[in-house]
Design a protein around this ligand. Structure first.
Ligand SMILES: Cc1ncc(COP(=O)(O)O)c(C=O)c1O
Length: 395
């Protein structure tokens, strides 16, 4: 396969000025990441700071209803509340060893921003986070957390004022500040080598799951399921199972309201190939290649593109990509909370919803693992608005 490509997808479509820092990261991945000293320091941070390994929780109530055993990989229990911290600790450590003094990041739901700010604080780096103005409003608790952690948060007013626009601004900032600054990219998308870099830092999710399932059940899972925004939690879970033909793999995109022609965040199902943010991938776009506005009730899935490895896994059929509406995700949020005592992030609720909505597609009598990418604390305002409207928004 061509370097930096996943089949027809991937690559590095960037202005000349971004080539040097991207090549510098590639060199660091080759020379620093595999060393024992780097692995040792990262493993220590993941264990003693972030809280790995995360448990695998069997859901007894929902399993009885579904006719198969449902397991959750509990990335929600990590420090800062989501899988994002696996990647930010890795990149922050790499940045420090590359001699950088500052991290810049984009964020949608705010989880990646918080995880970057926490990693920066821990490792003595300064931090600046670009965030769409719409997301600043709907994820205000995370904005406060970033500021408390010492990050400067810059609201982005261009475009749809969401994640896509935040990435544009961050790339611009990075061009100017590349000498001192590492772009801590938040998902498995963007120009090469980011899709591979982020996947490699998130692959710990699938490797742990594989080992835990073998220990607990004596076999690999029959199916693994994860939500797909840019695709980092999903590829982190899928990577360890892609070569196991007997493990069915399902990614779940956000269908928005689900009405025909509605705004959504499902580029693999409803988009077409094109170039955005430095890579060729599946995109929501019109006939002229203009990017369409995306929508999801969960800010972390609200992106008109997807990581190129997912576009490839979808094109080859190795991974099946389903869709879940806002309403179905909110119902699953409620169902998991009531049945199992776990309050999931709205992003992760999409993965849970796919399982609850598609019992006929599940391996009866088998084992299904859902990657619970984050916890729902950050989503309380949105949940209050949707689930408690008759109480004037009061829970
Ligand atoms: C909890 C959670 N899950 C999933 C996502 C989606 O990102 P990705 O597809 O990169 O995992 C986000 C993004 O902010 C998130 O906060």
């Amino acid at each position: 396969m061509k370097k930096g490509y996943f089949g027809d997808f991937g690559g590095r479509f960037v202005p000349e000025l971004l080539m040097p820092p991207l090549m510098e990261i590639e060199a660091a991945m080759r020379d620093i990441m595999p060393t024992q000293a780097f692995r040792h320091e990262l493993d220590d941070l993941l264990h003693n700071f972030a809280g790995r390994e995360t448990p695998l929780t069997r859901c007894d109530t929902l399993s009885r209803e579904l006719g198969c055993t449902l397991w959750l990989k509990r990335e929600d229990l990590l420090h800062t509340g989501a899988h994002k911290v696996n990647n930010t600790l890795g990149q922050a450590l790499l940045a420090r060893r590359m001699g950088k003094t500052r991290l810049v990041a984009e964020t949608g739901a705010g989880q990646h921003g918080v995880a970057t700010a926490a990693a920066a604080a821990r490792l003595g780096l300064s931090c600046i986070v670009f965030m769409g103005a719409v997301d600043v409003e709907r994820q205000s608790a995370n904005v406060m957390r970033m500021k408390l952690l010492g990050a400067e948060v810059v609201p982005v007013e261009s475009g749809t004022r969401t994640l896509k626009d935040a990435i544009n601004e961050t790339l611009r900032y990075w061009i100017a500040e590349q000498g001192s600054t590492h772009y801590c990219f938040g998902t498995a998308a963007g120009p090469h080598p980011f899709p591979t870099l982020v996947r490699d830092f998130q692959a710990v999710i699938g490797h742990e799951t594989r080992r835990q399932m073998l220990e607990r059940t004596g076999a690999l899972p029959d199916m693994v399921v994860a939500c797909v925004g840019g695709g980092s939690n999903a590829i982190g879970m899928f990577h360890a199972f892609v070569d196991d033909a007997d493990v069915r793999i399902v990614g779940v995109e956000a269908a928005g309201t689900g009405e025909p022609g509605c705004y959504n965040s499902a580029p693999i199902n409803l988009g077409s190939p094109g170039v955005l943010h430095g890579n060729r991938t599946m995109l929501l776009q019109d006939g002229d290649g203009q990017i369409l506005p995306s929508h999801s009730v969960s800010a972390g899935l609200d992106y008109p593109g997807v990581g190129p490895e997912h576009a490839h896994l979808g094109a080859t059929g190795r991974v099946v990509y389903g869709m879940v509406t806002d309403t179905q995700a909110l119902a699953a949020f409620k169902a998991l909370t009531r049945a199992e005592g776990i309050i999931p992030a709205l992003e992760s609720s999409h993965a849970v919803a796919w399982v609850l909505e598609n019992p006929h597609l599940l391996p009866q009598g088998g084992n299904v693992v859902v990657n619970l990418s984050g916890r729902g604390d950050k989503d309380m305002d949105i949940v209050r608005e949707h689930l408690f409207p008759s109480l004037g928004g009061k829970a």
